[in-house]
Design a protein. Structure first.
Length: 230
């Protein structure tokens, strides 16, 4: 989730910009959407067309705006001197630093924790991690496409939870926690590489690896945004 922009060049942007001032009090709710309509003068019919599922679609639009802001900042950042694990950490940090009010994210997590909304919340996090991997040049087209995003989704989710409760100066405790989580993942990758290099393990894993080798990344259609599978 991200900071509010104020260009308001579309009705959807105007509603979203208006909504964020109400979210800390009313959450991502129908009350917030109604207040945003009142603030902007946008008719209910248009609001319904823009956000068919009401507050849920409004919250998802806010999350996607955050992904777009992260990608914009990432494109402006020189990553050439950074190790790959540090590039991932920088992307996650940029994603969180784009948030102007943690209460907006906290309220979003409350919404997405509801059983009927949990799949959308998981899909939103997957979209964020896919955007990160794609922006960093990931070219995998097999089972690794999925495992990379699944692993980073776990890291991202745990870091967000830590960040929401972090009161350290400039969130330094969060960035240290992020580094530790990524280090843990890198250790797992090293173990996996060592296992693959073992002759005994290679024999035992021959069939599972052959099956995994048949798994392909989803094809992207021209113009698809990161995180969208089709």
């Amino acid at each position: 989730m991200t900071q509010t922009t104020h260009h308001a060049q579309s009705p959807a942007d105007r509603l979203l910009d208006a909504a964020v001032s109400h979210v800390p009090f009313d959450g991502w709710s129908e009350a917030t959407l109604r207040a945003a309509m009142a603030d902007t003068g946008i008719e209910p019919g248009l609001a319904k067309a823009l956000f068919p599922r009401g507050a849920l679609d409004l919250a998802l639009a806010y999350h996607k705006r955050g992904d777009a802001e992260m990608l914009r900042k990432l494109a402006e950042t020189d990553l050439t001197a950074l190790r790959f694990r540090d590039r991932i950490a920088r992307a996650v940090r940029l994603r969180l630093e784009a948030v102007e009010d943690r209460e907006l994210v906290r309220r979003g997590m409350t919404l997405f924790s509801l059983p009927q909304n949990a799949p959308e919340g998981a899909r939103a996090i997957w979209g964020t991690t896919d955007a990160i991997w794609t922006a960093l040049g990931d070219s995998s087209d097999d089972v690794n496409w999925y495992t990379k995003r699944a692993t980073l989704s776990g890291v991202y989710g745990s870091v967000v939870l830590y960040w929401l409760g972090d009161d350290s100066p400039d969130h330094q405790a969060t960035w240290a926690f992020l580094d530790r989580r990524i280090d843990d993942v890198m250790q797992i990758e090293k173990v996996k590489a060592d296992v693959r290099g073992s002759k005994i393990a290679s024999a035992l894993l021959a069939l599972p690896l052959a099956v995994a080798g048949q798994i392909k990344a989803p094809a992207r259609k021209p113009g698809d945004m990161p995180g969208r599978m089709g």
